[in-house]
Design a protein around this ligand. Structure first.
Ligand code: SF4
Length: 100
């Protein structure tokens, strides 16, 4: 599931400095994060960043062994608002269909 985040999420995730968020062109921020491999795509019209994923399709912040979110307290709004599954504190709410 592609994870779309906004600039305020990236600040909370400590991927973007608050000063940078306020003063830097958002396209430049997207360019930097794309180059560093954190962002896969940026939609300039809606100012939405799509985070990159692992080859497995997992979120970059999902611990492959424990299946816990490694940035749970700083996770994006999309994850906080995930409507159907969870929340178990510390765990990612998203589960693939074939995951028990
Ligand atoms: S809760 Fe954490 S691991 Fe799950 S999609 Fe969000 S950031 Fe990734």
């Amino acid at each position: 599931m592609p994870l779309e985040v906004r600039l305020d999420d990236l600040v909370r995730m400590e991927l973007v400095d608050p000063f940078e968020a306020e003063h830097e062109d958002i396209k430049q921020i997207a360019k930097r994060l794309t180059k560093s491999g954190v962002v896969a795509r940026f939609n300039n019209k809606y100012e939405l960043f799509t985070l990159a994923r692992r080859a497995s399709g997992d979120c970059l912040y999902l611990d492959a062994n424990t299946r816990r979110c490694t940035i749970y307290d700083k996770r994006p709004h999309t994850c906080r608002n995930h409507p159907k599954v969870g929340p178990r504190p510390g765990y990612c709410a998203f589960r693939a269909k074939d995951t028990p």
